[in-house]
Each structure stands twice: as structure tokens, then as C-alpha cells.
Design a protein. Structure first.
Length: 264
């Protein structure tokens, strides 16, 4: 699904945002909601990749609408961030907040995901480098094929990993791991030093991923390609891309859990 922003003059939109900031006009709020509803559907479509069939797309859109409304109410046009960039974070965050509350992931699958993360943390601390699939499988007392099958089973849970939020101040000053990939140039000039340090740590963790996993993460979050499109770029199947995406998320979550302890 491709997001196509409705035709509107940028200067006109900026003027409307400034007017809304002053007046909090309900008519303008409704106008922005109508204008950016395609963005909600676009984000919901991205999030839905790899989720169980029991998670309805329309439900994701409904969750995302809360995020859009939150973004509209809190957006500050005086800061050096485009509304689309700001809104994507809020929309995605609202969707994942609701999904966490639903607790849609079976306990056994969640436990297996944590088990893989724990093994990755222990192995990579010991090895001083990214662990291979064979090494992880051996540590978990399973064959490499069994490990790959396990990764596919947890693929629906690991999608949450890159949307975990790192707080570096009050509730309005936070960033997700995905934000660091999506828009590194959109950071406001007045951000806290701690926030910048968090971003550096996240980017460092991404750069330390095995090459193919790093490519999938960058192409998916920064270049905005689908798993199918990434598969065409790397000349592998869509299911293989899903697998690489899951392993990258598990590695990042494992790395950042340890690094977070060192930062905060």
C-alpha cells in the first residue's frame, strides 16, 4: 500500500497549522483528519505485515485514528519536523499501544521470543560479534532448521521490537527505534543531549547487525519498501525477508535491552 498525500499547497498548509495552533478550530481539526486518513491506512498496512489473520486491518486503522488525532492536537508547526513524520510516530505508537493491551501474542510464543533474545545477549557478549544462526541454534539445543522454524513462529511478536519507545525526559520527549532509521535528520535543534546519545546507541546497534539483516531493516523502515519489494532487491523470497526482519528485530531488542541498562 502506497501513501499518496492529498494535493495541497505547502505554504497554505503551514498557514492552516498556525491558525489551528491559535484557534484550536474544530473545523480545521476535521479538515486535517480527512486529509491525513490515507496516512493512517498506510501505517496500518505496514504494521499488518506478518501479523496473525485474527488481527483485523480495520481494527488497526481504528487504533491509528487515535494516534492521528493525538498528533493533530500536539503538533507544533514552529518545530523543524514535517507533520507526516511526526504523525507516523504517533499513529504507529497508538496502534501498538492498543495491541499490547489486547495481549494478542500467545504466552508460549512470547516466551520463545524472550528465550531467543536471552541467548543472543549471552552469545554476543561472549563472542564480541553478531552470533550466527548456527551458533544460536546450537546454544538452544536445536538444529538450524528448527531454529529457522522457531523464528517464523515468533515473527508476529518481533514486529513490536522496533516500536519500543526509549524515554529521555518527560512524556512528550521520546523516540522509537524505528524513528532513528526513518528520520535521523528530523531531530529538533533543541533536543536533549541524552536524546541524541540514545539515537547514537540505536544506530550503532543497527550498524552491528549482520549485513543482510541490516539491509532489510534500512530498506523497510527508511526506504519504505514492502517485504515483497525487498525480496526482489535482494533476490530472495518474501518469506525469507520476513525471517530476516524477525531475526534483526530479535537481535536489536537483545542488544538494546543491555545497552539501555548502561545508559539509564
Amino acid at each position: 500500500m502506497e501513501y499518496i498525500k492529498p494535493e495541497i499547497d505547502e505554504q497554505e498548509e503551514e498557514n492552516l497549522w498556525r491558525e489551528f495552533k491559535k484557534t484550536r478550530s474544530s473545523a480545521l481539526r476535521d479538515k486535517f483528519i480527512r486529509q491525513y486518513m490515507p496516512l493512517v491506512k498506510y501505517v496500518a498496512g505496514k504494521v499488518s505485515v506478518g501479523l496473525p489473520a485474527s488481527i483485523e486491518f480495520d481494527d488497526l486503522v481504528g487504533f491509528g485514528q487515535f494516534g492521528l488525532l493525538d498528533a493533530i492536537n500536539k503538533y507544533d508547526p514552529d518545530k523543524n519536523v514535517k507533520f507526516k513524520t511526526y504523525a507516523v510516530t504517533r499513529i504507529r505508537g497508538a496502534i501498538f499501544d492498543e495491541m499490547r493491551q489486547l495481549d494478542w501474542v500467545p504466552r508460549s510464543v512470547r516466551q520463545k521470543s524472550r528465550e531467543i533474545e536471552d541467548v543472543i545477549v549471552e552469545l554476543e557478549s561472549r563472542l564480541g560479534r553478531p552470533a550466527t544462526d548456527a551458533e544460536i541454534a546450537k546454544e538452544m539445543n536445536m538444529s538450524e532448521d528448527e531454529f529457522q522454524q522457531t523464528v517464523m513462529k515468533v515473527s508476529g511478536t518481533s514486529v513490536l521490537s522496533l516500536n519500543d519507545v526509549w524515554y529521555s525526559g518527560d512524556d512528550n520527549d521520546h523516540m522509537s527505534i524505528g524513528d532513528s532509521i526513518e528520520s535521523p535528520s528530523s531531530m529538533n535543534p533543541d533536543v536533549h543531549v541524552e536524546r541524541e546519545e540514545v539515537r547514537k546507541v540505536i544506530i550503532q546497534a543497527i550498524n552491528e547487525l549482520p549485513e543482510k539483516e541490516k539491509m532489510v531493516i534500512v530498506l523497510y523502515y527508511h526506504e519504505d519498501l514492502t517485504f515483497k519489494e525487498i525480496g526482489q532487491v535482494l533476490d530472495v523470497s518474501e518469506s525469507r525477508i520476513s525471517q530476516l526482519h524477525t531475526k534483526a528485530n530479535l537481535r536489536l531488542r537483545a542488544k538494546l535491552t543491555n545497552l539501555r541498562k548502561g545508559i539509564f
